[in-house]
Design a protein around this ligand. Structure first.
Ligand code: PAF
Length: 285
């Protein structure tokens, strides 16, 4: 299995493969890989001649230094998981200083307002960090297709906007949320949940599913109140926000318009772990 630490070496290697007419699929990750990541990788293997996976806990997208410090780092087992799927996968495990040319800081982006909603409000600077790292990764890898999970739905829309604004010839392929058997959305952070919080966490998806049923008939306020009250009543969970927003603009919905696509976006703390999830909402009226 080929593992690259330095961007120039990877860039040259991939350029050679491109010259041979090979298509490149790319899966950017922060490691601590789970089945959700592996689904992205499997899709890339299916669609492309070559698949590259980056494993990089990107410092510029963390607004909370403690979260960065405690973010799980499991490089050896990540490699083993990837190798098990295909030893042909190319892994980029960057050296942070080389990757950032010695200056680990974010560029500022205008994503037409997408960056100011939800996660943008609660995690200042987060999407500048994501935009910076993904733009740099795209420059090095120059993929034909890149794969992103719908769990981080706002991130997915922002990456699409990045590609549009920078005129990058990259197809962004969204992959549906992968869930544990009990409904908890897969996340690298789940492994840090205590036993009590792990048992409590699937409640988030149960509430989201009920919100989707309510959304068909009830008004926005009723759905929001239902979610807020349900999470507030749970002894191990604390709601940061629940927002019903338009799927494209990510602006909070002010009324239900038939035919529009909406999503319910939720962030809940289970102890000190911040869990994020979302669900598609369909209106019947
Ligand atoms: O979703 C993630 O894991 C990260 O935000 C990404 C896209 C790999 C950028 O660091």
């Amino acid at each position: 299995m080929k593992v690259f630490h330095y961007k120039k070496a990877l860039e040259n290697h991939l350029k050679n493969l491109k010259k041979q007419g090979k298509s490149i699929g790319f899966v950017p990750t922060m490691g601590a890989l789970h089945q959700g990541h592996l689904a992205l990788v499997k899709n890339s293997l299916k669609d492309n001649d070559v698949t590259a996976v980056s494993i990089f806990v990107n410092p510029t997208q963390f607004d909370n230094p403690d979260d960065l410090k405690k973010y799980p780092r499991t490089f050896e087992s990540d490699l083993a998981l990837l190798k098990n799927i295909s030893p042909e996968i190319i892994v980029f495990y960057p050296d942070a200083h080389d990757f950032y040319d010695g200056q680990i800081k974010s560029q500022h982006f205008d994503f037409d307002g997408l960056e100011n909603e939800m996660e943008g409000k609660h995690r200042p600077g987060h999407f500048d960090g994501v935009g910076t790292v993904v733009k740099k990764l795209f420059e090095v890898v120059q993929p034909d297709r890149a794969y992103f999970g719908e769990k981080d739905f706002q991130q997915l829309q922002i990456i699409k906007k990045l590609v549009e604004k920078e005129h990058l010839p990259i197809e962004i392929v969204p992959i549906p949320i992968y869930r544990e058997a009990d409904g908890l959305a897969m996340s690298s952070r789940n492994r840090r949940l205590t036993k009590h919080h792990r048992t409590a966490a699937p409640f988030i998806y149960q509430v989201l599913k009920q919100s989707a049923i309510l959304f068909e008939k009830e008004n926005l306020e009723t759905v929001k109140k239902f979610v807020e009250n349900a999470i507030a009543a749970h002894p191990y969970l604390e709601l940061e926000y629940f927002e019903i927003a338009d799927e494209q603009t990510l602006k909070p919905a002010t009324q239900k318009i038939a035919g529009n696509k909406y999503r319910g976006f939720i962030v809940v703390y289970a102890g000190e772990i911040r869990l994020i999830d979302n669900i598609s909402l369909v209106t019947s009226s």
